[in-house]
Design a protein around this ligand. Structure first.
Ligand code: IPM
Ligand code: MG
Length: 358
């Protein structure tokens, strides 16, 4: 299996190093190829997604991605900002299906700001459409307003749009995922206001006809944001567009108490995928060796499952993470009284030890 490893910026290098060590401990024929991306690539190549990095990613079976971004790039022109690297990869590799699971580990129930009984045993999956919507819709840009109450004034605009096949394929991904889980899909939209999402609701309902063993309900995004904190366990699979998925997945992440534990997978229809932690580059703690590598290690497990056809190995890694937590080691972001505080490297060691003890 050819794995393109793109550590990126901030804590990216530290957390990726641990995920790679965990993969190496599996003793499988993996080939790792490293390349720069994000701010790091801008420094060395003048672009956040250099041609060579993109080529490497395109030719790999899977991409293991750290994180990109730093405040010091805030003043750069939009197309040179580190975030463009991840958006460019999503587009170039046609990674339309983004899986963001939010799982609350029993050892970490106390880390959530919600009452333990609300989140104990939480296991929901957000399926976010990743290559359409207002993120990529054309036209976009700046101009002088051609009409309206502020005609003639400078304005900026983006375009929210979804084509039928785009909605169909993400709906199918969500229904298929629900079949392997608790059999329930909640489609989140804004059909009370937006034409794009009236169409979304229509198409999702049509696709549902092929999945009658799965239950479907529809929810407006504002209500979904509320239900996520009120009764998060009422959800199984949430399917939604790019923009709403961005926002709701951060909210869902925090239900579990820390974004430091949450992996993600972005897939195309060939099974090729990009795997990254749901959190960012955390420049404030970069280089200190205290970042939590578990989200990246769990992303590597998703890679084994979705792009590597190695479900058994994926489960081994996930179990090793649970064992490491059970042994009481915690990075600072998930530390609580009575557990032992460790750094990035030691957390990686604990997972590898648990793997070897299996
Ligand atoms: C995410 C991030 C990205 C997004 C940014 C970094 C472009 O917030 O993966 O959720 O908005 O999709
Ligand atoms: Mg986001």
């Amino acid at each position: 299996m050819n794995i393109a490893v793109l550590p990126g910026d901030g804590i990216g290098k530290e957390i990726i190093a641990e995920a790679v060590r965990v993969l190496q401990a599996l003793d499988e024929p993996f080939k790792f190829s490293f390349a720069e991306v994000g701010g790091a690539a801008f420094e060395s190549h003048g672009h956040p997604l250099p041609e060579a990095t993109l080529k490497l990613a395109q030719s790999a079976d899977a991409v293991l991605f750290g994180a990109v971004g730093d405040w010091k790039y805030d003043a750069l022109e939009p197309h040179l900002r580190p975030e463009q690297a991840i958006l460019g990869l999503r587009k170039a590799l046609r990674l339309f299906a983004n899986f963001r699971p939010a799982i609350c580990y029993s050892e970490l129930t106390q880390a959530s700001s919600l009452k333990p009984e609300l989140i104990a045993g939480l296991d929901l999956l957000i399926v976010r459409e990743l290559t359409g919507d207002i993120y990529f819709g054309q036209p976009r840009g700046r101009r002088d307003a051609p009409d309206g109450p502020f005609a003639g004034a400078p304005e900026a605009f983006d375009t929210m749009r979804y084509a039928r096949p785009e909605i169909e394929r993400i709906a199918r991904v969500a229904f298929a995922a629900a079949r392997k889980r608790r059999g329930k899909v909640t489609s989140v939209d804004k059909a009370n206001v937006l034409a794009t999402f009236q169409f979304w609701r229509e198409v999702v309902t049509e696709v549902h006809a092929d999945y009658h063993d799965v239950a479907l309900d529809h929810m407006y995004v504002d209500n979904a944001a509320m239900q996520l904190v009120k009764a998060p366990k009422s959800f199984d699979v949430i399917v939604t567009g790019n923009m709403f998925g961005d926002i709701l997945s951060d909210e869902a992440a925090m239900l579990t108490g820390t974004i430091g534990m949450l992996p993600s997978a972005s897939l195309n229809d060939q099974g090729q995928g990009l795997y990254e932690p749901s959190h960012g580059s955390a420049p404030d703690i970069a280089g200190q060796g205290i970042a939590n590598p578990l989200a990246t290690i769990l992303s590597a497990a998703m890679m084994l499952r979705h792009s590597g056809n190695r479900a058994e190995q994926a489960l081994r890694v996930e179990n090793a993470v649970k064992c490491a937590l059970a042994s009481g080691v915690r990075t600072p972001d998930i530390w609580s009284e009575g557990t032992s505080k460790v750094g990035t490297r030691a957390m990686g060691d604990a997972v590898i030890e648990a793997l070897q003890a299996q």
